[in-house]
Design a protein around this ligand. Sequence first.
Ligand SMILES: C[S@@+](CC[C@H](N)C(=O)[O-])C[C@H]1O[C@@H](n2cnc3c(N)ncnc32)[C@H](O)[C@@H]1O
Length: 316
Amino acid sequence: MADRDSALRLDLGNKPGLIADADQRGVVYLVGAGPGNPELLTLRALYLMQKADVVLYDRLVGPEILALVRSDAQQFDVGKARDNHAYTQARINQLLVEHARAGKRVLRLKGGDPLVFGRGGEEIEALIAAGIPFQIVPGITAATGCAAYAGIPLTHRGMAHACVFLTGHFADGEDHVDWKALARPGQTLVFYMGVYHLEKICGRLLEHGMSAQTPAAVVQEGTLPGQRVVAAPLGLLARSAIDRAKPGIVIIGETVKLSPYFRSSGQLDARQAGRPASPPAEAAPVEDLASASAHFCSGEAREGHWEACADQRLRG
Ligand SMILES: C[S@@+](CC[C@H](N)C(=O)[O-])C[C@H]1O[C@@H](n2cnc3c(N)ncnc32)[C@H](O)[C@@H]1O
């Protein structure tokens, strides 16, 4: 274990304002661990993982990342699954305060970025109220990580001039979302926690005038070896073969159709010579949604990927 720790130690000097400043005690570091792939951790995150005495981590922080935490650190799995909150937010806040007051370097390790749908703000409020010093370390958020690994540009000249991050949990309570504005073309919508409410999300956008042909995708286990990208026109996405038990991110907008073309070289299907020769054309129009069958497109990039989705649907 000691070898593992020393192998990971970073020699980045002791420059003010850079990362070698974690000798302070009684402090909480709110750190983003990125979307799951350990190679997407920041140097700062890795450094603090090596320094922390106590680590409180979330459900989406996987074993590959936890293996990089200092081996003798005290670890708490405080992850909250839907309808299973073994550790309430109040209890997590309390643990952060208690361990910092005991003079520990406390690492609060969160999936993605701590301040993007991560409840990091509530923890900061609790730390401020208790007079505990803290630092915030950003991470690659699921939207940008998953989009990059799926070959989907979130903005693209002439196609998407804006990108909106939303939570799919709106349906759990009062719905204050301006669906009319979201249904307008020229933007990419990214729904975190969107798989559970996929029907409602797609339905609302269609009701408010978004074209049923708008390219859309669900990315699950994004950036990890098991990444799956299910792409379909918006009108059919909710009927596609998506694993409803796994969290995923829902991306809706014209740029989704670039996915097979923009997929990183290392992710191209080995059976194919390479990426499509040109960006995929528009998806075929959906004329009769009621009779169109649901379909599935794997995460593998292959020639004519988007058209293949449309063809499969029309044949079905
Ligand atoms: C509670 S939010 C936390 C978001 C996190 N703070 C971030 O910045 O990415 C959890 C949601 O993020 C999305 N998510 C996180 N990691 C993901 C991944 N590797 N692949 C797909 N979706 C992911 C899913 O929508 C999941 O339900």
